[in-house]
Design a protein around this ligand. Structure first.
Ligand code: AMP
Length: 284
């Protein structure tokens, strides 16, 4: 495994692989790696000759400065985990390498960009699109792997690829969870012992609400999750929405779509966690 920090060195390395006819898969991360990330890396390695992983805490996607400062950073440990997962190239650039000058590009994702995370984290998806497009252009992967934990992000990245006419296949991968159901996240490391104990309730309420599909109304389902979690003072809800899995617009009836997902963002103490559950998926 090679650790590369500059874009020219990355180009050089990947040009050699491409000249040898090797396919290139890519996983974007912000580091502080856990098994959720490693699952993506393993799948990437299975489906491509070469697996490239970027580790970069992207400042332009943080709407909350404090969140950027507190974001966990464990580069040495990350390199060890990636080596073990058979990653071929780790790209760990500096902020100056990725942003030699400010990126002033403004993306418009229409309705998929204005709901949920788009509403609660202004500028977040613009920052995601800026950095992911830079990585796609630097790496030119055949396939790129993203986790369904960031459900809306996948729709945004797909739309960004369409808008820019990039030639990369976006592969979505299921959420990896802790044994107690909590969706794995780098931010979980910031939970206190008491918060960590309560955090699995988020996944538990989502999972229990599956029994409501076609039996109770969408509004009853929302009320069940919102009221259930609100009973615990440790939680402060940003949103829980039940949406069409493609358009990300709220549905009001289970018959409204063949693909329905419930997406939640909730503070557990001072740590903002997101999770989601697929209620219905008859599409494809
Ligand atoms: P991050 O480092 O949080 O930006 O995440 C990098 C990639 O890993 C994104 O595509 C995430 O959706 C994915 N990811 C993070 N946590 C999980 C998880 N628990 N299960 C599956 N994928 C995940």
């Amino acid at each position: 495994m090679e650790i590369i920090t500059s874009i020219p060195a990355l180009h050089e390395k990947l040009r050699n692989y491409r000249n040898q006819g090797k396919s290139i898969g890519y996983v974007a991360t912000m580091g502080a790696l856990h098994n959720g990330h490693i699952g993506l890396v393993k799948r990437c390695k299975e489906e491509n000759d070469i697996c490239v992983v970027s580790v970069f805490v992207n400042p332009t996607q943080f709407n909350d400065k404090n969140d950027l400062i507190l974001y966990p950073r464990t580069p040495e440990k990350d390199a060890g985990l990636l080596e073990k997962a058979n990653c071929d190239v780790v790209f760990m650039p500096s902020v100056e390498e990725m942003y030699p000058e400010p990126d002033t590009r403004k993306f418009d994702f229409g309705k998929i960009g204005s709901v949920m995370e788009g509403g609660f984290r202004p500028g977040h998806f613009n920052g995601v699109a800026q950095i992911v497009s830079k990585f796609f252009m630097a790496i030119e992967p055949d396939k790129a792997y993203f986790g369904e934990k960031d459900f809306q992000q996948i729709a945004i990245v797909r739309d960004m690829v369409r808008q820019l006419g990039l030639n990369v296949r976006i592969i979505s991968c299921p959420i990896t969870r802790e044994k107690d159901g909590l969706a794995m996240s780098s931010r979980n490391a910031r939970l206190s012992a008491e918060e960590r104990e309560k955090a699995p309730l988020i996944a538990e309420y989502l999972s229990k609400s599956c029994t409501f599909v076609n039996e109770k109304s969408i509004q009853d389902t929302i009320d069940f999750v919102v009221k259930g979690l609100s009973a615990y003072p440790v939680f402060r809800l940003d949103y829980f929405e039940i949406v069409d899995g493609i358009t990300l617009q709220a549905v009001t009836d289970w018959k409204d779509s063949d693909y329905i997902v419930g997406c939640i963002a909730v503070y557990c103490g001072s740590v903002r966690l997101i999770d989601n559950i697929t209620y219905k998926r008859n599409a494809d």
